[in-house]
Design a protein around this ligand. Sequence first.
Ligand SMILES: [Zn+2]
Length: 231
Amino acid sequence: MLTSLTDHNRFFVVRPPNGRYGRRFAHGECVAPVNTGEFPECPMCNVPIGMRSWLPPRTVRLSSMQQKKVADFIWGAGFSFLVSERVAKACVTKNIKGMHVDVEKVQVLPPSPGNAKTEALSGKSLPNYYSVSIHWPGASLDKSQTQVTKTGVTCSYCQSGHLLKIDKIAIDLESWDGSHIFYLRELPGFIIASQEFKLNADEFSWSGLHFIPVEVVIYNEMTGIAIQKID
Ligand SMILES: [Zn+2]
């Protein structure tokens, strides 16, 4: 129940508003050559628990360059999200833990390829953007309350396997390392934010983020993430 949690220890699943490829905000796509490094691995079973690291030079083509559509958080294919310079700076001044911001800025290109003049001017009116990597694991699931269905699980630590559905996510507060944004040990596909992260997002009016309280998140592999209806 939402009411059993205090403001201090609420957590949220962070999502792109209207889906990763929604029309409200521009999304991005990596432009070749894409240089990648190693997968992050489970220390117990060595299974990859996330995407390969993305190495510079990093270039992203946006689906739109309209300023109102280019949010502080740009979601896309080949990376989780990019953050605008003001987000990167605020995360330093507010000591946000759990998100490593890469030093080199990402080159941002407009939607239509091949127009050298447009590409030369691209991004001039936009802030700088940076790629990030999100910390894993920031916390574990509370086994007594969580209802997650997976098949083919071979590792008791990362629980890697085929995720079929989630009926309830409950975070074990004892296992939380204090990160403000992170992946759960057993659900590395879901970005989790703490209450403090959300307060900063609200304070600075960061655009391009949608927060769903973890308690009401449900998931089905056929339909994706949804919000549980509460009677
Ligand atoms: Zn493992």
